[in-house]
Design a protein around this ligand. Structure first.
Ligand code: ADP
Ligand code: MG
Length: 460
């Protein structure tokens, strides 16, 4: 499949000629290997330079990070922002890995103007020295920023002169969950005037725009480059496969056996399911890495860095990896469990086929009772086609059952994974994934049991 270009004909030098970008920023961008602007970057720049509060809505992998970073740096430079003013721009990301990734893109651009930047993410204790003065740009996660701004420490971030507030993956931050609570707290610690707000995402829900209006008391103008197009990229060929409940694990093993030479991310809806499948796949001599939100930060960072560098390999993960991750060279995205929200599908698929000229494949596992989800996706302009599987899964299925029966440790993990699978299923939108269509005996077979290993009570 040929990759569709995300780039325009406009070069960064052209931006400079038009007075839209300073020579220092352009030189830094060229040194990083960027030559031409992507469509969203071209559309966004003049608008953001005009200081208006804006919602950037463009598909995954289209270059939104630079689209908000370039004008941010340029505005701070133009207003003569200095270290002594404190923090000039605050960027909030829902996950630690995405915050680190944004910081990496930001650093060279900031340094080109003598601005220092800092990342504030959780997982370790916040110390006073973490809140060093003089960082003009700060990237952080909601929990850590709440601590840094609301006095869990003696030192606070100096934000009285803040001019720009950016929410990357804004609809995730504004989904009315714990992030949104933290966001309200953070916002109440910021100056209420003269702050340009920039919201960014590949998906926008009415609930999120309503909340944004309410929290920030601001009207946002929208920038979207392809109104009718899907939020997923045309560079990703998307398929679904209909798999009976009991055969899901054996199907995963079988599919991954054919993708040994590829770089693959597999999404699950529970950490226990990640652990169980990691054990099973290892027994089938498929080397896998796994990364989950619950883990210690050091391990989480190590695995992330390891997978980043791999040319081929399999990463099993959860929704934590759904948003923003820009991992090079991912060939395949497999959604073993469907996402809790349809937007989740778009973000997961968006981990492949990113940037200029890259293509990818995506495969969604659906039980026959769940095929209605395909219609939901098609209504979101997702082009997804059914893939037929011709083969026999019995042999693999028997091996999984023996493994669970004979290995006490795996049996223990399988029992928990089975239970959590059902619990996670109950969190789905009932209109799309109805728990009452789930045959519990069949589910237990997918986890290697002949019958349910634990009593689940009545499913409501
Ligand atoms: P998004 O936030 O829209 O999902 P990113 O900002 O993470 O996308 O960018 C996706 C990929 O495209 C990254 O690997 C990035 O380096 C690359 N990219 C961004 N802008 C350009 C550009 N102007 N030229 C070439 N590659 C780019
Ligand atoms: Mg992004």
């Amino acid at each position: 499949m040929a990759g569709l270009s995300i780039l325009t004909n406009r070069t960064f030098e052209w931006l400079q000629e038009k007075g839209l970008c300073s020579p220092a920023t352009v030189a830094a961008l060229i040194a990083l290997g960027f030559q031409r602007l992507t469509t969203i970057q071209l559309h966004t720049l003049p608008r953001l330079l005009s200081e208006s509060s804006t919602f950037i809505h463009a598909r995954t992998g289209s270059g939104k990070t630079l689209a908000f970073l370039i004008p941010t740096i340029e505005r701070l430079k133009a207003m003569g922002f200095k270290k002594s003013h404190g923090v000039g721009a605050l960027i909030i990301s829902p996950t630690r890995e995405l915050a680190q990734q944004i910081a990496l893109v930001l650093q060279p651009l900031a340094e080109a103007h003598g601005f220092s930047s800092q990342t504030l993410t959780g997982g370790t204790k916040l110390k006073d020295e973490d809140l060093k003065e003089g960082n003009v740009l700060v990237v952080g996660t909601p929990g850590r920023l709440t601590d840094a701004l609301t006095g869990c420490n003696k030192t606070h971030l100096l934000v009285s002169s803040l001019r720009i507030l950016i929410l990357d993956e804004a609809d995730r931050l504004l989904d009315n969950g714990s992030h949104t609570q933290q966001l309200r707290t953070i916002y109440s610690a910021l100056p209420q005037e003269k702050v340009q707000k920039i919201l960014v995402s590949a998906t926008v829900t009415p609930g999120c725009t309503q909340l944004a209006k309410e929290i920030f008391e601001t009207k946002f103008s929208f920038i979207g480059v392809e109104e009718k197009a899907s939020s997923t990229t045309a560079q990703v060929k998307q398929n679904y496969i209909s798999v009976s409940t009991s055969e899901r694990t054996s199907m995963l093993v079988t599919v991954l056996q054919t993708l040994r030479k590829k770089k693959v991310i597999v999404f699950f809806n529970s950490c226990h399911s990640v652990k169980f499948h990691s054990q099973v796949l290892s027994h089938f001599k498929l080397p896998v890495l796994h990364c989950m939100g619950q883990e210690k930060q050091r391990r989480r960072s190590n695995i992330y860095a390891k997978f980043l560098a791999l040319e081929r390999g399999i990463l099993l993960t959860t929704a934590m990896a759904e948003r923003g991750w820009d991992i090079p060279g991912v060939h395949w995205i497999i959604q073993y469990d469907p996402p809790h929200k349809p937007e989740g599908y778009i973000h997961r698929v968006g981990r492949t086929g990113r940037g200029e000229g890259h293509v990818g494949r995506a495969l969604l596992f659906l039980r026959p009772e769940e095929n209605h989800f395909v219609e939901v996706l098609k209504n979101m302009n997702v082009e997804i086609v059914r893939l037929e599987f011709q083969g026999d899964l019995k042999d693999v299925q028997n091996k999984v059952s023996s493994l669970v029966a004979e290995n006490v440790e795996i049996k223990q993990i399988a029992r928990l994974a089975f239970k959590k699978f059902v619990r996670a299923y109950q969190c789905h939108d009932r209109k799309i994934f109805n728990i009452h269509t789930l045959d519990i005996n069949e589910v237990s077979r997918a986890f290697g049991f002949m019958k349910p290993p634990v009593e689940l009570g009545r499913l409501k």
